[in-house]
Design a protein around this ligand. Structure first.
Ligand code: GAP
Length: 497
């Protein structure tokens, strides 16, 4: 059998990904020594690097290279009750749940139906859900017991600020980072002028008391979002000139009538709002840049009954995984819903400049979930040769290190450490290791996704050259130490695209 590094030999499952992520230091269960906290994971040292890579790539595209102003903020995850009264989350941010009458296990009712019958039950009424459960005799997956009538469960975590516990001190952990942006809107306009279009971006933690967290990083109670709220005049939602640069980009889209097509952005105009297409195009670019398989990305128009309460159009990004498609980003046209609600509830104006007028802007929002992207990256890039050897083919932009440095034998340690220091000082992210035989060290670097390894051998002492080994091609080249940092940078740059 000839090993072909470009060919995936055996299919990677969610269990493989979970095991790999835990064993290789990408994630740890939160409060592991006390039995864990369901729906929460800690980022381990490798995960922190992966997270950083995604955040940088997204910032480059959604903030730094944009043709209109994008202001970044970093807000408090804990917000007063008034914010969520205005936003509608207190009233409407809930999921249907059922409980087993025998073993008391709880389930998110629409997802249970989805799993049992393979139908989309999101957004159905409690009556409809109850009827489907009865008619299909859906029972508790754990013990086979009878399920209760469905009821609504609000997903927000509630707490109190200060020692007095009453409605005035009620506060909630934000279920989306977006609300910080809406409540900061007026100050941003006052300080920065605020001529439309402009955007406010934020990345941070969001919290949802999910009824049944599951599938590792897919449905969490503590997770991270990268959101942008784009503020425009209503007519700019349909005619958005920054979209022009993406006209020729192709997107795979499932329309709400059920038709799936791969089409150029220019041909989707008129069917999907320009501002939504703009962010879908940016997302497809981002997802590819961080190593999500482009053939497994699809955008899905969400039917009205399944849209969030604030949205009048949603085109969500989905990624195909070993257990089905999963939404990784929600792209919503939130109209003037949020700004108007906050204006009413806070009794202030929420306007910006448009030409010589003051108007309440309309909002388009791309909301990307970081952990779901990380899961997809791990699954799409983890390869198993069928003999237990795993390679994580991370793109350099999200790899935990740029390069590993190994001495061929321990005796060469001082030289290898000198080279490690030189590479680190040149700005590269370097990992040094001298445990075991060289083959084992390569395998170790492959498993955590380091794209390149430098080996220091006896010739290094004689002629000042080292070997660079490429994780993906396994090709090796000999380079002089004085050219090493530049050559590594060059290889990484070529692998980025
Ligand atoms: N501000 C809009 C908003 O929050 P959403 O569709 O509810 O929209 C956006 O969430 C993204 O956040 C999702 O596409 C997903 O990637 C991520 N997300 C939402 N709930 C999550 C959860 N329980 N666990 C992990 N990621 C989640």
């Amino acid at each position: 059998l000839i090993f072909n590094p470009s060919k995936k030999i055996s299919m990677v499952t969610i269990d493989d990904v979970v095991r790999h992520a835990l064993e290789r230091g990408f994630f740890f269960p939160t409060a592991e020594i006390y039995g864990g906290l369901a729906g929460a994971y800690e980022y381990g040292p490798m995960g922190v690097r992966l997270l950083e890579g995604i955040v940088n790539e997204r910032r480059k595209r959604f903030v730094f290279t944009v043709d209109f102003p994008v202001y970044e903020i970093h807000g408090s995850p804990l917000l007063p009750r008034a914010v969520f009264e205005a936003s509608g989350h207190l009233e409407k941010f809930n999921d249907p749940m059922v409980q087993c009458k025998s073993c008391k296990s709880v389930y998110r009712a629409d997802k249970l139906i989805e799993e049992k019958l393979g139908i989309d039950a999101e957004g159905l009424s409690l009556e409809e859900i109850g009827k489907i459960i009865k008619e299909n005799d859906i029972r508790c997956p754990r013990c086979g017991g009878e399920l209760s009538e469905p009821r609504r469960f609000n997903l927000m975590f509630k707490t109190y600020v200060g020692p007095v516990i009453d409605e005035s001190s009620e506060a909630y952990l934000r279920p989306e980072t977006a609300q910080n942006i809406f409540i900061a809107f007026r100050r941003v306009v006052n300080v920065f002028g605020g001529s439309l279009p402009f955007a406010i971006a934020q990345r941070g933690e969001a919290y949802r008391n999910e009824i049944s967290p599951r599938r590792f990083l897919i449905r969490l109670r503590v997770f991270r979002q990268m959101e942008v709220e784009l503020f425009t005049a209503p007519e700019q939602v349909r005619e958005f000139s920054p979209l022009e640069r993406f006209y020729d980009r192709k997107l795979r889209v499932l329309r709400k009538e059920g038709k799936e097509e791969e089409a150029r952005v220019r041909d989707l105009r008129g069917k999907i709002p320009d501002t939504i297409l703009y962010y879908a195009a940016l997302e497809s670019e981002l997802f590819e840049a961080i190593g999500i398989d482009p053939n497994k990305i699809r955008f899905r128009e969400i039917p009205e009954h399944a849209r969030p309460h604030y949205s009048s159009f949603n085109l969500d990004a989905e990624v195909e995984l070993s257990f089905g498609r999963v939404e990784v980003a929600g792209n919503a046209y939130r109209t003037d819903y949020d700004l108007k609600r906050h204006a009413e509830h806070a009794g202030i104006s929420m306007e910006a400049n448009y030409g010589n007028k003051r108007i309440v802007p309309h909002v388009t929002e791309p909301s990307i979930g970081i952990e779901r992207l990380i899961y997809a990256i791990l699954e799409h890039n983890l390869e198993d040769d069928g003999r237990g050897r795993k390679v994580l083919r991370l793109k350099p932009s999200v790899a935990p290190y740029d390069v590993a440095v190994f001495p061929l034998v321990k005796k060469l340690r001082p030289k290898a450490l000198e080279i490690r220091r030189m590479l680190s000082e040149s700005g590269l992210r370097v990992r040094y290791r001298d445990k075991g035989k060289i083959g084992k060290m390569y395998a170790w670097a492959d498993m955590i996704g380091i794209p390149l390894a430098v080996t220091v051998d006896y010739d290094t002492l004689k002629d000042g050259t080292v070997t660079i080994r490429d994780r993906d091609t396994r090709e090796q080249e000999r380079v002089h130490i004085r050219d090493l940092a530049d050559r590594i940078r060059e290889i990484l740059k070529n692998n980025r695209s």
